[in-house]
Design a protein around this ligand. Sequence first.
Ligand code: AMP
Ligand code: MG
Length: 340
Amino acid sequence: MKRIFPLFGIIILCLLCGCGEMRESPYERELFAMDTYMKLTAYGDNPEAALDMAEEKITELEELFSVTLSTSDIGRLNSSMGVPTEVDDQTSALISRSKILSEKTDGAVDITVYPLVREWGFTTGNYSVLSSERTEELLKFTGSSYISVSENTVTIPENFQLDLGSAAKGYAGEKAAEILKEAGISSAIMNLGGNIQTVGEKPDGSPWKVAVTDPLSPSEVICTISVRDKAVVTSGNYQRFFMGEDGRKYCHIIDPKTGRPVDNGLASVTVIGSSGTDCDLLSTALFVMGEESAVEFIKENSGFDMLLITEDGRVIITGNIFNDTEFTEKEIKNNAEVIV
Ligand code: AMP
Ligand code: MG
């Protein structure tokens, strides 16, 4: 009895203090980085230190990748006038990966489109519809194949400028997830301005349910996708855009072939996969490619799932995630086109 009593006491104490519950309580961290609000949520015994490291990593990457910071790796490259520039290993790794995916997507994602992104006004908010002459002129300074990467030395031709906006948040989510895992966290979800990166599953063993914004009604959710240990990344024309005097909507994603904001009938593309970096690059690429080519690409490249929503309200989804997706309206699910 004497031996049992202390144990019993500890159990009672734990129940009173809610020790069991404490393990399940989320630890949350909010920050503003990469021009967006981010929220990191981790579960476990004491994930505070791990969250500190994840936050530090995101801040470190922002300081390397920021296009508006003249001292960042990208800022230095953009004023390098064709001179080979030494950058951090992480910068050269992300530039290399971007180059590879640019090639794979026939140039649909292209980190050299920055001169166009900037002159259309997406960096400053001073929007203007570019003339076709100016667009043609700026297109001469684009093309990822002209970037050369040799270990951590990067060279871009004079007048070229890079922008990692299509990949940075996905990469940051992937790296932050690696850090959390190394620190022993097996359950976390991070929202990096709409780029979602999950670690493992929920503490109760069920999958994470990631909400996808309805691009046609951005204050609402169109569906939730159940995932474990995956990234869920969306590119859409509702995220950053301006209305021209001509009454047309100009969105922040530029078609590198035309130099103009994408206007191909797509409203959003969500890509689900293991690598946040690849999902981010691909969501941008598939949005540029348009419905037909995006579907073709996903059919030919296993390892990724896709949810595509068109401006006329159609939903195209890969079969692999169809059953793991709950739509807010039954009708949307019934009418969805399931591919692969
Ligand atoms: P995301 O939201 O990931 O699709 O990335 C879009 C951002 O990447 C834009 O805000 C631009 O800064 C930049 N961008 C625009 N068009 C492209 C493109 N075709 N390829 C690569 N980056 C782009
Ligand atoms: Mg992207």
